[in-house]
Every structure is written in C-alpha cells, then in structure tokens.
Design a binder for this molecule. Structure first.
Ligand SMILES: CC(C)(COP(=O)(O)OP(=O)(O)OC[C@H]1O[C@@H](n2cnc3c(N)ncnc32)[C@H](O)[C@@H]1OP(=O)(O)O)[C@@H](O)C(=O)NCCC(=O)NCCS
Length: 171
C-alpha cells in the first residue's frame, strides 16, 4: 500500500455510507466500546452526535474515503496530561499496515495539537493480538495487565495497558 494514499481528517456527514460499510461489521466492533451500527440513520446520528463533535477523532482515509477511525480523548482537570486512544480499520484492509501507519501519523501530531497532553494510553483485550502488535510497532510500551478493568460487550474484561509519552520516539 502506497502510504501517500492514507490520510487522517475530521469526519463529515457525507462519510456516512463509507462509515457504515465497516461500522456495521461485528468483526470490527468486537473489541470496541460502541455497538455495531445497523442502519444508515444510526450511522448518520453517530457521526452527528459522537464522531463530529469529538475533541480529537479522525477518519482514517484511503484515497479520502473513510476506512477506519482513530480517536484520542483527553481527560480534564488534573488528569489533562493523559488521553485514551482508540482505533479500528475495515476488515478488508487488515494486515496491510494501515493501523500502524495511521497511529504513527496521529501520534506525531497530537502532542502539538492538544495543550498539556503528555501521555497516550490504550487498553487492549488479552486476545486482541493484532491491536497489541500495532501498538508495539508504533512504539507504545506495555505497562501491565489491568485485572477486571472494564466492560466490553457486556462482560467485565482484563485488559493490557500500553502507553506512549510525548518524549518517546516513534519506531
Ligand atoms: C487492530 C486493528 C486496528 C489492526 O489493523 P491493521 O491495519 O490490520 O494493523 P497492521 O496491518 O498495521 O498491523 C497488524 C499486525 O498484527 C498482526 N496480527 C494480526 N492478527 C494477529 C494475531 N492473531 N496474532 C498475532 N499477530 C497478529 C499482523 O501480522 C501485523 O503485524 P506484522 O506487521 O508484524 O505482521 C484491526 O485488526 C481492527 O480494526 N480490529 C478491530 C478493532 C480493534 O480491535 N481496535 C483496537 C481496540 S484496542
């Protein structure tokens, strides 16, 4: 895949059909905190109420068409130094380095774009090996296992926590 075909940009409502293609796929949403989107109306409402107003959510685009997302959500107050990162890529593009490239693009910009941000962290289910590998390829550090940390798809799960600091180097 030619990396120049990949870009990150904010969502528009006109992304709805491309967004629905992968947001309606249970394989993609399996490890995400949001449920599979089942209709065009739901996809439009999600873009309008969640994706577009989000403080830092970008569409991962291939030739400017949405094939995934990255969101970086900063905490507030005394926790504003840290932000949670989440991401997904349409299943038909898995294994082509898309997520790794997109994360590197996001990480290289976000510390300049969000004042006070020093730490990004990701929470990953134990069996989500592809996501763990992506984080390792980007340069995130595996800090440990958080036991029974949070709900995912109705079940309380153990999760690995990975972090990347503003002073860390991308691989
Ligand atoms: C995780 C996800 C974003 C990865 O996207 P991607 O574009 O395929 O990622 P990349 O191609 O950049 O890298 C994937 C790596 O995982 C590896 N991998 C994939 N499945 C694997 C498995 N079952 N065991 C071990 N490694 C695996 C690939 O071989 C590749 O590593 P390599 O380059 O060393 O060969 C994608 O699978 C996805 O959208 N999953 C559903 C949503 C999700 O889990 N999001 C993360 C929540 S924490």
């Amino acid at each position: 895949m030619d990396p120049s075909r990949i870009s990150l940009r904010p969502y528009n409502l006109s992304d709805v059909d491309d967004f629905l293609l992968w947001a309606s796929d249970d394989r993609v949403t399996r490890y995400l905190r949001w449920d599979t989107i089942t209709s065009r109306e739901e996809a439009l409402a999600y873009l309008e109420m969640v994706a577009i107003p989000h403080p830092w959510r970008r569409s991962i685009c291939l030739d400017d068409r949405s094939i995934g997302y990255i969101s970086i959500k900063p905490e507030s107050g005394d926790d504003r130094c840290r932000a949670h990162i989440g991401y997904a890529v349409a299943a038909e593009y898995w294994g082509h380095g898309m997520a790794t490239l997109a994360l590197k693009m996001a990480v290289s910009k976000v510390f300049d774009e969000i004042p006070d941000l020093v730490r990004l962290h990701a929470l990953v289910e134990l069996e989500n090996k592809a996501s763990q590998r992506v984080l390792e390829k980007v340069g995130f550090v595996k800090e440990g296992l958080l036991r029974k940390y949070g709900f995912c798809k109705g079940e309380i799960r153990d999760m690995f926590v990975y972090s990347f600091l503003s002073t860390d180097k991308l691989l």
